[in-house]
Design a binder for this molecule. Structure first.
Ligand SMILES: Cc1cc2nc3c(=O)[nH]c(=O)nc-3n(C[C@H](O)[C@H](O)[C@H](O)COP(=O)(O)OP(=O)(O)OC[C@H]3O[C@@H](n4cnc5c(N)ncnc54)[C@H](O)[C@@H]3O)c2cc1C
Length: 397
């Protein structure tokens, strides 16, 4: 199947970006022939990190895509990182840690000091360090403003205490971006005030983690993470104290776009598998792929996947150009989740009973795409945002 990723990535980009986009597309195609879906599932079964894939990506310079050339990277911005992840997920390797690392380092590049870039971003360019992202808390849930993890001034630096939940791949990451309150929410004050962004080492003795029992058919697990007197230096604070919303949204908008392309890629992977299957399977003598009742849901899903992909690349390029992408990043993530659920649903349907056999690796694609209607921001909150900020309707929550 022609996924047209190359052309999409080049869209709206400069000639230089197009050249890099072509290089990334070729590199990803070759890489995922070696590290394929079978490799990903082996790592899942063995519950181990995709170390060989990660190490090869480092050798190929793929982690430096998205880091400006002035910082020693290959450039390409968020659009470049989206394209790398597109290459992975379209091959059936939806690696969240790539997404987490890329979107977490983006605000450091934009708001961090040269020392912070040196310390937190540079080691991610070789793959030596990976970054987990911890914002969700057990009680606050979707309402980030209610987070209770706090950072208090301590010996010239900060002391963190609190708990996070659903932190993906925390055990595989050397660094963690933690959203904490440096000032408690006080009724009457702006709820944005007092939120700050930190980067800490996950091997700090005050960081403990417990795995959650979440089944995504992925080598990456989710964790409840506890911070008990995690003392860090002043360099752990990214951007201004208490004014972390702007810093944070330079992570969250990229997160939406990387999440979008992660599930869009899986949707395409599911369709590609299903195309092969329906060309062969012929219970009535003709391949089932010849029936319109089979073709149309797949064709519809493909149209929706490509529309979502276009919006994702468009938004990533707009982000790189310094635009405000809050609306289009939300829309891209919403559309990407819808389209990939539609694609995997069609894949299950047209594999019939075998769609439910984990050995056919179709039902195994369902949790990872369905997840993105809930995380990192649920469909309802995205629609709330569009209702309020795009349509100009009253705030509904
Ligand atoms: C596999 C997985 C990986 C994750 N990885 C990470 C990670 O790496 N880092 C991290 O910080 N978090 C992570 N999360 C957390 C994820 O982002 C949250 O689960 C999500 O934001 C929702 O929070 P909640 O589960 O507490 O849902 P709640 O806030 O309890 O909401 C439950 C449901 O209520 C509805 N709802 C809530 N508020 C509203 C509203 N205002 N209007 C309408 N409907 C509403 C929605 O349908 C929502 O799904 C992950 C979660 C999962 C399952």
């Amino acid at each position: 199947m022609n996924v047209s990723t190359n052309a999409m990535a080049a869209l709206a980009g400069s000639p230089e970006q197009s050249e890099l986009a072509r290089h990334v597309a070729d590199t990803m195609a070759a890489l995922t022939k070696i590290y394929d879906r079978g490799y990903f599932l082996t790592c899942w079964r063995e519950q181990r990190f995709e170390a060989e894939l990660w190490s090869r990506m480092g050798e190929l310079g793929l982690f430096s895509v998205g880091v400006p050339e002035e910082q020693g990277g290959m450039g390409g911005g968020l659009a470049g990182m989206v394209q790398v992840l597109d290459g992975l997920s379209s091959a059936g390797l939806p690696t969240m840690l790539y997404s987490l690392t890329c979107f977490s380092r983006t605000p450091i590049l934009r708001h961090g000091t040269p020392e912070q870039i040196e310390r937190f971003v540079k080691p991610t360019m070789s793959g030596e360090k990976k970054i987990a992202f911890a914002i969700t808390e057990p009680d606050a849930g979707t309402n980030t403003f209610r987070i209770a993890t706090k950072a208090t001034p301590h010996k010239g630096g900060w002391r963190l205490n609190g708990a996070k939940v659903f932190t993906s791949a925390a055990n595989h990451a050397e660094l963690m971006m933690v959203i904490a309150r440096t000032r408690p929410y006080t009724p009457g004050a702006s709820r944005r005030e007092g939120i700050s962004v930190f980067v800490i080492d996950t091997n700090h003795p005050g960081v403990q983690m417990t795995p959650l029992n979440i089944e995504l058919y992925s080598p990456e697990q989710q964790f409840q993470v506890f911070f008990n007197d995690v003392d860090v230096g002043p360099e752990a604070l990214i951007g201004p104290e208490g004014q972390g919303m702007e810093t944070m949204f330079d992570a969250l908008n990229p997160e939406r776009l990387l999440s979008a392309v992660l599930c869009i890629g899986v949707g395409d992977f599911a369709l590609a598998k299903t195309i092969d299957y329906v060309k062969q399977r012929a219970p009535f003598g003709r391949p089932i792929g010849a029936y319109q009742g089979v073709q149309h849901p797949m064709a519809r899903a493909k149209a929706h996947l490509d529309a979502a992909r276009l919006m994702t690349y468009y938004s990533a390029h707009a982000f790189d150009a310094g635009g405000n992408v809050a609306a289009t990043a939300n829309m891209a993530k919403y559309l990407g989740a819808q389209a990939s659920v539609e694609a995997v649903d069609a894949a299950i349907q047209f594999h019939g009973g075998y769609g439910f056999d984990a050995d056919y690796d179709v039902i195994t694609l369902w949790p990872i795409v369905r997840l993105f209607k809930v995380a990192p921001l649920n469909d309802e909150m995205i629609l709330n945002y569009i209702g309020e900020h795009v349509l100009g309707l009253p705030k509904s929550y």
